[in-house]
Design a binder for this molecule. Sequence first.
Ligand code: PEP
Length: 249
Amino acid sequence: MARTHYIAGNWKMNTSKAEAVKLASDLVSALKGKTNKFMIGVPFVYLDAVSQVVKGSNIILAAQDCAATANGAHTGEVSTEMLKDLGVQCVILGHSERRHEIGESDELINKKVRRALNEGLEVDLCIGELLADREAGNAEQVCAFQLSADLAGVTEEQMKRVTIAYEPVWAIGTGKTATPEDAEAIHKFVRGYIAKLYNQKVADEVIIQYGGSMKASNAPELLAQPDIDGGLIGGASLKAETFVPICEC
Ligand code: PEP
């Protein structure tokens, strides 16, 4: 089954407005005409400015979170309506930094996933185990639990707008990367689990990205694995010179 390679950058809480605009315009030029799927996850406050830059390009604009509810009395929250108004097409949800720093539960992540999908957005859903889970031999169990909980109520049709990012938490921002074989084993498991939750067609079509210290030097080997269809990249997505080579893998 040929799946498009999907390379996404998660800028997290980084860049100034000027740097965000410059990075986005460098990426628009460098990725023009390339056929893989590309996305950038931009801080809320720069989405409007970056939206003007990526409009009409082959780069999908993503937010790094969204509210689980519609517009209303929810101080500090940002709704899917507001995001769509700015030209946002995708939302990164369930990132480990939101799960473990902010304390987002799978129940809340599921509400956000359903809200974003019901509003017509794409979702890049992050899952992955902590080091203690891996050392206890529970990596698959953790990913299975997160998938069932976070995708509860998501229809087969909506799964066409869902990408899964497998991000072992111990590999995020640490410089430690899962070996291609270890990453492939979990990706294969995740695809099999999606087949159990839905069916083989959904599993064959779903894009599963790897995330965790991916860079140009390790991306080719990771992306060569049969079930690794792309990457969600943090640190190396903050400069065009480190992100574009991954996009070109
Ligand atoms: C991430 O935050 O999704 C990520 C994978 O970060 P890094 O590439 O810096 O490990």
